[in-house]
Design a protein around this ligand. Structure first.
Ligand SMILES: NC(=O)c1ccc[n+]([C@@H]2O[C@H](COP(=O)([O-])OP(=O)(O)OC[C@H]3O[C@@H](n4cnc5c(N)ncnc54)[C@H](O)[C@@H]3O)[C@@H](O)[C@H]2O)c1
Length: 290
């Protein structure tokens, strides 16, 4: 209940999906939360949900592509709660055409439509968060990257490139700002992510993962190697962010790791059958090599 007690945490893209879920959990863990989003009407309900249950939160509209808006949001956090301890650079958008446009046909406008938010927006959030954190006693910056930063998704070339760039930015920033006690890490979600991601910004906030929204969860039919009796949800991607925000990860920096993955990455290139076991001979040869 107190993993983020009295920490001041700013979240971008906090009006829906993962950012909204993190805002709610962070407040439950004792954080004072500043909810920001490009879509102004998504902010109020999240702030209300937090304050209705005894938490502390305020909100402001901020488009992460606009430096003055990001700077103003950070300023609001400092003015309202005295400092900034955690920034969750989470705002992100999918590619135009949702995977239907080949990389060779992507226009500059389409490329920028993704990466202005997903890469430039992360840079601007990090830049202004660092300036605020330097004047106190350090802090933690957590970025929402994607499994697309680690593997390629066909038709998502601009997104894949931007998210891989995010992981590079995390490493560079962790190296540069470690001297101020500022940690920078990212999570790379795979399953259990927001169904709103592929919907219009004007769509109602559903607050569910693709798997939850699909209903009738059957672990035996799931593509996820880890079999659990419930579908992956936003909270399964949110808790690792709470961990990175908290002092539990005090000596972790420069790391981008998959969340809600269930072992998928270990299997992407080698499709082992379900009943696969290592033969005694192979086991012996592996041990010899080790
Ligand atoms: N849903 C997925 O399939 C998936 C998978 C892996 C990673 N991600 C990443 O997770 C993060 C959160 O997305 P989500 O899945 O919760 O989707 P979502 O659409 O539910 O939430 C994203 C929020 O960001 C806001 N936003 C978009 N552009 C913005 C901008 N320029 N400035 C400020 N706010 C902006 C949106 O209004 C929205 O409220 C993104 O970085 C996304 O790339 C999503």
């Amino acid at each position: 209940m107190n993993r983020l007690l009295d920490k001041v945490m700013l979240i971008t893209g906090g009006g829906s999906g993962l950012g909204r879920q993190v805002a709610i959990l962070a407040a439950q863990e004792g954080a004072k939360v500043v909810v920001t989003d490009k879509e102004e009407d998504r902010i109020g309900p999240v702030v209300q949900a937090i304050t209705d249950t005894g938490g502390t939160a305020c909100g402001v509209r901020a488009d992460v592509c606009q430096e003055d808006e990001v700077a103003a949001a950070v300023e609001l956090a400092v003015e309202t709660y005295g400092r900034l301890d955690v920034a969750h650079a989470n705002a992100g958008v999918t590619v135009p055409g949702q995977g239907s446009i080949s990389l060779e046909d992507v226009t500059i406008d389409q490329w920028n439509a993704v990466n202005d938010t997903n890469l430039l927006g992360v840079f601007l959030t990090l830049k202004h968060a660092v300036r605020a954190m330097k004047s106190s006693s350090g802090g933690s910056i957590v970025v929402t990257s994607s499994a697309a930063s680690l593997v390629a998704y066909p038709g998502f070339g601009a997104y894949v490139a931007g998210k891989a760039g995010v992981n590079g930015l995390v490493r560079a920033a962790a190296f540069e700002f470690g001297r101020y006690g500022i940690r920078v890490n990212a999570t790379c979600p795979t399953h259990g992510m927001s169904v709103n991601f592929g919907l219009e910004p004007s769509a109602e906030v559903v607050g569910l993962s693709y798997e939850q929204a699909a209903g009738n969860w059957d672990p035996e039919a799931a593509v996820i190697p880890l079999r659990l009796p419930f579908p992956p949800g936003l909270e399964h991607n949110a808790w690792p962010i709470i961990f990175l925000a908290s002092d539990e990860s005090q000596y972790m920096s420069g790391v981008s790791f998959p969340t809600c993955d269930g072992g998928q990455h270990a299997r992407t290139s080698i499709p082992f059958p379900d009943n696969w076991v290592l033969s005694a001979e192979s086991e012996k040869s592996i041990q010899t090599k080790i």
